[in-house]
Design a protein around this ligand. Structure first.
Ligand SMILES: Nc1ncnc2c1ncn2[C@@H]1O[C@H](COP(=O)(O)OP(=O)(O)OP(=O)(O)O)[C@@H](O)[C@H]1O
Ligand SMILES: [Mg+2]
Length: 359
């Protein structure tokens, strides 16, 4: 029985694009149309470059394959898209031969790795956080008790001392111990038992309150704040105070990155068209994404990987806990925190959260 080729290709989960030797599109299956945000009708007859306006390396790969007559592939390519969220895809291209002679075209296979990547990242995040949480809890516990002792002794010394200088020194000990105690309290945030309280939360109200605080800070005086809210986002079940803390940390980082060169802080909310991030198949939970962007200097790749590590900081007055704490809370919500940055252009931190609703 002769089958309809189009039907067969549309049943394949991977995206398939066939081009002629000039790079003109001949066939696009339905998975590829989804990945490329286009219909087969629009795509056919166009040049590959038009189909991949945000991923130039794919047309390049295909041209090499057609010219050299051998297969080639590239993994984990980051593809920016016009409407939907960005993708991570694996691309493989193979030449097509009709008869002896040079290739008459190529077949391109696109595999969407976005879900797998984000799940991997989430698992990694959780493992790191939980390992750090155990250490933090251990240290916090061991340090707290002796600190209490030091503080008590220094207070006693200060109160009994007749001599001014000794009293001053004793008081300094009390103050410095107070600082260590505050840091230890910060660390306690990572302990798994730290309570999270879910309540009905309007995400835009939370962000508005945060932005009000940010605007009050003198260092954001010259900074323009923009809000791009998706009004269709419903209330969700979340810990509003913790989320406020997360967004405040992220906005502060953005503002600090734009000091002393003021720029624009943009907070954008959206619900990606396909809700695939979390949940099992069948009852996938929709996802909400909050993006905090700045027009600061951006972050070099070597720093990007270390940024969420606790205590990593490039600021003289930073503790380096802001991102680590934020990631911890986002992860406790079942979400993910991702940082994208282009040196010279700015940084976007994307917080995705499952849109958990009350029954
Ligand atoms: N939007 C950003 N643009 C550029 N660099 C950033 C941005 N956000 C964070 N960073 C870098 O990541 C580092 C870690 O950030 P994090 O918020 O964890 O700690 P911190 O801001 O240094 O200190 P704090 O504990 O006070 O938040 C910063 O020191 C900075 O180098
Ligand atoms: Mg910070």
């Amino acid at each position: 029985m002769a089958r309809d080729l189009t039907g067969v290709l549309d049943a394949v989960i991977a995206g398939i694009v066939v081009v002629d030797s000039d790079g003109r599109v001949e066939i696009v299956n339905s998975a590829a149309s989804q990945i490329l945000e286009t219909s087969a009708e629009t795509a056919i007859g166009r040049q590959l470059e038009e189909l991949f306006p945000f991923a130039h390396s794919i047309p390049k790969l295909v041209r090499t394959v057609v010219a050299a007559g051998g297969s080639a592939s590239e993994n984990e390519l980051h593809v920016e898209r016009r409407f939907d969220h960005d993708l991570v895809i694996d691309v493989a291209a193979s030449p097509l031969f009709d008869e002896a002679g040079p290739p008459s075209g190529a077949v391109i296979v696109l595999r969407d790795r976005t879900i797998q990547k984000s799940l991997e990242e989430m698992v990694e995040d959780r493992e790191t956080i939980s390992a750090f949480g155990d250490i933090a809890a251990g240290i916090a516990h061991e340090v707290k008790n002796p600190l209490g002792g030091i503080r008590g002794a220094a207070e006693l010394l200060a109160s009994r001392s007749e001599e001014g200088q000794t009293r001053e020194i004793a008081e300094m000990i009390v103050r410095e111990v107070g600082r260590i105690a505050a840091l230890v309290d910060d660390l306690m945030v990572f302990t798994p038992g730290d309570a999270i309280h879910f309540e009905q939360v309007n995400i835009h109200r939370v962000i508005d309150e945060v932005l009000e605080l940010v605007a009050l800070d003198p260092i954001s005086e010259a900074i323009e704040i923009q809000r791009w809210y998706d009004p269709s986002i419903p209330d969700l079940l979340a810990d509003g105070d913790r989320l406020a803390q997360v967004f405040l940390n992220l906005c502060r980082n953005a503002v600090q990155a734009m000091t002393p060169d003021p720029g624009t802080l943009t907070v954008r909310t959206r619900m990606p068209l396909d809700h695939r991030l979390s949940g099992t198949h069948g009852d996938a939970m929709p996802t909400l994404v909050v993006e905090i962007s700045d027009t600061g200097p951006g972050i070099p790749t070597d720093i990007l990987n270390k940024m969420t590590t606790p205590f990593f900081t490039t600021r003289t007055d930073g503790t380096g806990l802001g991102l680590a704490v934020s990631r911890n809370w986002v992860s406790r919500h079942g979400g993910a925190l991702r940082i994208e940055s282009t040196v010279g252009k700015g940084t976007t931190v994307k917080v995705s959260l499952p849109l958990r609703r009350s029954e």
